[in-house]
Design a protein. Sequence first.
Length: 140
Amino acid sequence: MSEQNKTIASRFLDALWNKLDFAVVDELISSDYDGHSSADVHGPEGAKAIAFILRTAFPDFQFAIEDQIAEGDRVVTRWAGGGTHSGEFLGAPATGRYVTLTGITIFRIVDGKLRDGWTNEDLLGFMTQLGAIPQPGING
C-alpha cells in the first residue's frame, strides 16, 4: 500500500506542478480534499487555482521530488522547484529572476485519492529571492 500511495502522490505532484494536467489532478484528488499551507486549498479546483497562479507568474516553473517516505495512509515528500519570475506574484512585480522554492508535503490518501495535505514551504526565502522582502541582516 505504501508504494501505491507514493505513486499516487508523485503522479499528482508532477501533473499539477510540471504538466498542468488537470485531468490527472481530477483523477487523484478527492472532492473533499483539504490542503493546508500558506494558502488553504479545497478540492481539485483549489489545487488547480494555486497551480495556475504560480505558473502565471513563473511559466517555466519545474518541480522535483527530492525524497519520499510512506507509511500507512501517509506520504511525506521533500520537494524543490524553481522558475523565472515573469509575472506578478503575491504583489511582487516580475523581476526576471530565476528563483527556487523548497518544502515538505504530507499527504493522507484514502481509497486511492488524496484527502488531506499539509505543506510547509519556504515562502519567506522565495519572496526574499524576488526582492519583495529584505534579506535578513542587511541594513537598508
